[in-house]
Design a protein around this ligand. Structure first.
Ligand SMILES: O=C(O)CCC(=O)C(=O)O
Ligand SMILES: [Fe+2]
Length: 169
């Protein structure tokens, strides 16, 4: 990613800091008698630098939003899905975007996923990289402490709002 943005090759690694956070979420989605009424996971973007997702290789349900249309994420067995998160969107000044995604429920099949979330040290602040800001492309996001961002994250998520909107200039 740093190479594509013409940043120092370890730019993102440096941003992570000494106490970068990694955690894992196992999600079990049971069968749902009314899938048209219930989300497995409602629309959100991940608050991370990157998320690595291992999805069920038989039951779909993950969808990604592009140009106001929901697309099914195809199932590719034995494949890990790498998802860019909000922290990367902020640091890249919007050049990489953190996709909005959701999970649908399934009438008669249960589903499992395992997600690994990688984040900057919660005590650090992030902002768009100086090299990606100039008069033609001003900073699109304000500086934010990761801890504050993630605290807001779960509150905003439960309200169905997009947390990244809170740091947009
Ligand atoms: O279960 C999935 O396929 C996606 C999980 C997800 O988006 C998340 O945990 O943030
Ligand atoms: Fe997610």
């Amino acid at each position: 990613m740093a190479k594509l943005l013409e940043l120092d090759h370890d730019y993102f690694v440096d941003q992570l800091g000494e106490k970068a956070d990694a955690h894992v979420r196992f999600t079990y989605y049971p069968e749902c008698p009314r899938p048209e009424l219930v989300y497995g996971l409602k629309p959100h973007s991940d608050g991370t630098i990157l998320s690595v997702l291992m999805v069920n290789d038989r039951v779909g349900g993950l969808q990604v939003l592009k140009d106001s249309v929901w697309f099914d994420v195809p199932i590719v067995p034995h494949t890990l899905l790498i998802n860019i998160g909000d922290q990367t969107e902020i640091i890249s000044n919007g050049i990489f975007s953190s996709p909005v995604h959701r999970v649908l429920t399934n009438l008669d099949r249960e589903r499992l996923s395992v997600a690994l979330f990688y984040s900057v040290d919660p005590e650090r602040e992030i902002k768009p990289a100086d090299q990606l800001v100039d008069e033609n492309r001003p900073a699109l996001y304000r500086k934010v402490k990761i801890k504050d961002y993630l605290v807001g994250f779960y509150g905003r998520f439960s309200e169905g709002a997009m947390v990244i909107d809170t740091v947009k200039i």
